[in-house]
Design a protein around this ligand. Sequence first.
Ligand code: ZN
Length: 285
Amino acid sequence: MRDFARDHSALALNTATLGHNVDGHGAGWSTERVIDACAERGFGAITYWRREIGARAVAIGERTRSAGLVVSGLCRSPFLVGPLAPPRQAMLDDFHASIDMAADLQAACLTICVGGVVEGTHSMVESLKQVAEIIAGVAPYAAMAGVKLALEPLHPVYGGNRSCLVTLRDAVDLCETIGHPTVAIAVDVYHVWWDLTLGAELKRAGASRLAGYHLCDWLADTSDVLLDRGMMGDGVADLKGLRRAIEEVGYNGHCEVEVFSANNWWKRDPNEVLDICVERFRTVC
Ligand code: ZN
């Protein structure tokens, strides 16, 4: 296992940790200020949300790299299916736009949140089938743009509206069904910490299909499954065990702190939040 106590250059910030992904939240720091604050603390990378980037993708990518960091990812595709997905053509247009933005940023990957069960089907199988068809259709465009698509299985609690993809097992199956090398997987502690098959499924995925590892914690007394994630060390997830499992199969990429926390971390001074991210990364991850 890598020794993060001595070297935290693998640490990445997902800017959602500062509340930047939801209107009305966060301290309102400019992207430049976030980049500088991360660089000062020795972060290795930043993952952005599309709403922060606007028409400045090329400039923000260059600014990030000139500060000595890389762009570890871009959040995210539109929901592809289910009740929150835009109408088909609008969804495809937006999916392509998200790929273009990731390419302009030179982001290591674009996160894909597939969307919930297709209305009227009452079927995870049918919903995943439609997801596979959509991604298979878009994958060649992403590959031409040099963008890796990172499918993120979400916790089953989101199955209804946000993601009919709820286990690493199904994500590996989806990759195999699509069969395109630009389609990979993002593993997020929040969504998979409970899964006793994780080690076996990580082995089945293999390092080449692992495009990201996201860190936070699951609070034992969580009050909101969307906006009450814990900081690493404050919850019940076996963070070192999870990292050992993903590194055992060869993952050596960035580890991205992604804490959605409307009533706690998003209310704090970002300087404090970033300092604590570094400290927890070095001690409990
Ligand atoms: Zn995530």
